[in-house]
Design a protein around this ligand. Structure first.
Ligand code: PA5
Length: 429
């Protein structure tokens, strides 16, 4: 179960304004439901939940099971919406020092030549048993032409062909649009396994398609429960979406009041990558026509010792969103010590979860009294079901809130500008 707590943030907004915004949010929700808003040809992230394709979920599970049995390393090559969702879910459920086999490596999301060189060297090193590492590669690109991903794929494909010869084709899986583009051509030529990214699902809304589900399943996470967690939320919101409407209305009011930053943080390090996924979902959806609140991921308590000062006493131009997990991830306690030489006696045998919760409460209290409105998004527990719910919650929220700004949430025309300049600089015809 997940819920939002907005009461404290509502105190920062005039109640008549909030009431009016609530009506606007309800209107946006209708636009999403009826498919009458801009970009409505991109509502496939709802379609896939309305009529789940169980055969596809099973196909992904089967493929993932085969890879899990064989592989030491599974490389995910993609950028933006083609990797952030998978990374967010995998990190949330496996933690920051994962022990699952195969190891999952994300690449293709930058053009760091040094990183790629180091990656090849790492792949070349023998595994724990002294045998060569067993490697599979999943390239994910809806367009098939994104430079960061295409370059990394060229490097890795060549490595795979050199290492495995003809068997490389069996180890390369392509996730791309239904037709057209370079990747579909390569699939036809080399017989790679292929998963489709539906035409009506945009990159940042695609985590519950094979884009996110295959890597997540390869890591050993139960994708059926994750997917059906989102389905539960989808069905619930068909009946009543009051919490999403209130949250959207509130963020809209803060936007209109001139707030410029939304610091999205958690005290669970496992959720740092999830904040990154929300950052892309919101940022690429709302940042158009000179509008939007810039989403900034924050990792707590770490960042209290860096930008915390600014949140507390800097320019009063921000709101803050906390992703909160109620149940402890484990029962790890502070070990007791017989003496108080480190001054921590008062915390003997107290759980780290409890300490973290107290730090969270203290931080919210301090930030609010420092003039930062705080919104809480609370997960009862960190598991597949709740993450599925959270994914749909944020997708739905993003669509409703961005419609309120009179903006199409589903395109990203501005991204083309840097590409044009870059390709010109690179001398591309
Ligand atoms: O949300 C989006 O559409 C983008 O962030 C894309 O996911 C990103 O640009 C990668 O595009 P592609 O999958 O075509 O390589």
């Amino acid at each position: 179960m997940i819920k939002t707590e907005t009461v404290d943030a509502e105190k920062f907004i005039d109640s008549a304004n909030l009431k009016q915004a609530r009506r606007k949010a309800a209107e946006s929700r209708r636009q999403v439901a009826e498919g009458t808003g801009p970009g409505s040809e991109w509502l496939g992230w709802q379609r896939i939940l309305k009529a789940p394709n169980d055969a596809e979920l099973e196909k992904i599970d089967r493929k993932a099971a085969g890879i899990r049995q064989d592989a030491d390393i599974f490389i995910v090559c993609g950028i933006g919406g083609s990797y952030l969702g998978a990374r967010a879910v995998i990190e949330a459920l496996h933690g920051l020092i994962p022990d699952h086999k195969p190891e999952i490596i994300f690449t293709g999301h930058h053009m760091g030549g040094n990183y790629l060189r180091q990656l090849l060297a790492y792949l070349d090193e023998p595994g724990e048993t002294g045998e060569p590492k067993n490697v599979y590669l999943n390239v994910i690109s809806k367009s098939g032409s994104t430079l960061e991903t295409a370059l990394a794929f060229r490097v890795l494909r060549q490595w795979m062909e050199k290492r495995y010869g003809e068997d490389a084709s069996r180890r390369i899986i392509v996730t791309t649009g239904p037709e057209g583009g370079v990747l579909n051509r390569l699939v036809n030529e080399y017989g790679y396994d292929k998963f489709d990214i539906p035409d009506d699902v945009g990159g940042r809304f695609s985590v519950l398609t094979p884009v996110g589900l295959l890597p997540i399943a390869v890591s050993g996470i139960d994708i059926q429960t994750l997917f059906y967690g989102a389905v539960t939320k989808f069905k619930a919101y068909e009946k009543n979406a009051d919490d999403v409407e209130t949250y959207a209305a509130l963020r809209y009011c803060f936007h209109e009041a001139g707030k410029q930053l939304d610091v999205i943080g958690s005290f669970e390090p496992e959720l740092n990558a999830f904040s990154g996924w929300i950052q892309q979902l919101l940022g690429e959806s709302e940042g158009k026509k000179g509008k939007g609140i810039f989403p900034v991921p924050a990792a707590y308590s770490t960042d209290l010792h860096s930008v915390g000062q600014m949140i507390q006493q800097g320019k009063r131009n921000m709101i803050e969103t906390f992703l909160i997990v109620q149940e402890p991830l484990n029962n790890f306690n502070v070990p007791s010590a017989s003496t108080d030489e480190d001054g921590l006696h008062y915390l003997n045998n107290i759980s780290f979860h409890k300490i973290n919760q107290k730090a969270l409460e203290g931080t919210i209290e301090a930030h609010q009294s420092g003039g930062v409105p705080v919104i809480r998004v609370v997960l009862e527990k960190l598991n597949e079901q709740n993450l599925g719910e959270l994914i749909y919650f944020y997708e739905f929220f993003t669509a409703i809130y961005v419609y309120m700004l009179n903006v199409n949430p589903f395109n990203q025309p501005g991204v083309e500008d840097y590409k044009k300049a870059m390709y010109r600089n690179l001398g591309k015809e």
